[in-house]
Design a protein around this ligand. Structure first.
Ligand code: ZN
Length: 108
C-alpha cells in the first residue's frame, strides 16, 4: 500500500533525524474524503515496519469527518451524502476531511 509506505518513510526519516532508538507512537489523521481505512493503514504499517526503527510502534488513527464552510454566510456543517450546498443555496468549500497527515511521532 503506497500511502502506508510513504507514511512509514516519513516516520523513519524523522526518527533518524532525531537519533531515535525506536519509534513508540505514530498518530495519523485520516480524512473521511480520502476513502482510506484507518485499520488498513494500521495493518500495513505494522507489516511494513518490521526490522525498522518503527517496528512495534503503536499506530493511532484519528478519523477526521468531512466538513465544509459556506463562503457567503460562513455556516460550517458536517457534510453527509456529499451534499455541499448550504442552506442559503451557496456551494460550500471543504475545510476538513481531505487530510492524510502524521500529527505526532513519539520516539525514544
Ligand atoms: Zn450559506
Amino acid at each position: 500500500m503506497a500511502i502506508t509506505e510513504s507514511i512509514l518513510s516519513i516516520v523513519l526519516a524523522e526518527a533518524e533525524k532525531r537519533d531515535a532508538t525506536r519509534v513508540k507512537t505514530v498518530k495519523i489523521e485520516v480524512g473521511e474524503l480520502t476513502n482510506i481505512v484507518g485499520d488498513c493503514v494500521k495493518f500495513y504499517f505494522e507489516l511494513m515496519s518490521k526490522d525498522t526503527l518503527a517496528s512495534g510502534a503503536e499506530v493511532e488513527i484519528a478519523e477526521v469527518p468531512l466538513q465544509a464552510k459556506c463562503p457567503l454566510c460562513g455556516k460550517v456543517k458536517r457534510v453527509e451524502n456529499l451534499d455541499f450546498i448550504c442552506e442559503c443555496g451557496t456551494g460550500m468549500k471543504i475545510i476538513a476531511g481531505k487530510e492524510l497527515a502524521i500529527s505526532a511521532i513519539e520516539i525514544e
